[in-house]
Design a protein around this ligand. Structure first.
Ligand SMILES: NC(=O)c1ccc[n+]([C@@H]2O[C@H](COP(=O)([O-])OP(=O)(O)OC[C@H]3O[C@@H](n4cnc5c(N)ncnc54)[C@H](O)[C@@H]3O)[C@@H](O)[C@H]2O)c1
Length: 249
């Protein structure tokens, strides 16, 4: 399904990014994994290669413009083009507004928003070589609703990613580059692990989720794979909820 596809997945060392990389590779994509955690990212790429997939790891802080240039240069050297970029790396600091420091607010914006902006910008020449492409920005249901207390910083980043996606879609449509945002609900990953250990917290974080359970990372990866594929060829500027129905009510 994605046999000729060259895909970059950021934050692929663990959590959803790791599973996205594994599932896209299983569907035939050549995958470039990036992460700030070199050991974790290297291990996933090595494991994928040992199963016969084409996978490369590149150390990257997504908030750094120089690191983005390095990733795109290496991708071009190896593959000569990029078809798909999954801007997945993100951080969450959940703290009440009165205690949220400027440093934490700015760091979340640097990684979640600046990182996504830099990725969208840096990948354009490599996608133009491919004749077009698909950029998939990972927002959150927290980019649509303020789903629990202590989310001022995070919600403001994910809301920004939602509209940044649409604005970038407007600018890149002329190059046949599609740009969509994915809005996961409560997904069981290391980022949210501590929430599920406490029954009261689990109840609060699930809130009105119609399916009454956290999602699994692969349930998001399958949507990513669809957005990377030709099956979604008429979709751009769209926001796709993958939240078990949380935002439906
Ligand atoms: N888990 C959820 O319930 C949930 C829900 C909605 C959206 N999201 C979003 O999905 C994405 C993945 O979340 P997750 O739960 O898998 O998180 P996670 O914390 O399990 O994994 C995030 C990965 O990103 C990497 N990373 C962090 N900062 C980075 C940086 N500056 N540069 C490069 N890599 C960096 C980490 O090392 C880690 O490997 C994030 O954007 C997150 O905000 C998560």
């Amino acid at each position: 399904m994605l046999e000729t596809n060259v895909t970059i997945v950021t934050g692929a060392g663990q959590g959803m990014g790791e599973v996205h990389a594994r599932i896209l590779a299983a569907k035939g994509a050549s995958v470039i994994l990036t992460d700030i955690d070199t050991a974790a990212g290297e291990a996933v790429a090595k494991d994928l290669r040992s199963s016969g997939h084409t996978a490369t790891f590149i150390a990257q802080d997504v908030a750094s413009e120089a690191d983005w240039q390095k990733v795109i240069d290496q991708a071009m050297e190896r593959h000569g083009k990029v078809d798909t970029l999954v801007n997945n790396a993100g951080i969450l600091v959940r703290i009440p507004l009165e205690e949220l420091s400027v440093e934490d607010f700015d760091r979340m914006h640097a990684v979640n928003v600046r990182g996504t902006f830099l990725g969208c910008k840096a990948v354009v020449p490599a996608m133009r070589v491919a004749g077009g492409g698909s950029i998939i920005n990972i927002s959150s249901m927290s980019g649509t609703v303020a789903n629990m207390p202590g989310m001022t910083g995070y919600c403001s980043t994910k809301g920004a990613v939602r509209l940044l996606t649409k604005a970038v879609a407007v600018d890149l449509a002329k190059y046949n580059i599609r740009v969509n945002s994915v809005h996961p609900g409560t997904i069981a990953t290391p980022m949210t692990k501590s929430y599920y250990e406490d029954p009261d917290m689990r109840k609060m974080i699930l809130g009105p989720t119609l399916m009454e359970r956290p999602g699994q990372p692969d349930e998001v990866s399958e949507v990513i794979a669809f957005l990377a594929s030709k099956g979604s060829s008429y979709m751009t500027g769209a926001e796709i909820a993958v939240d078990g129905g949380y935002t439906a009510v």
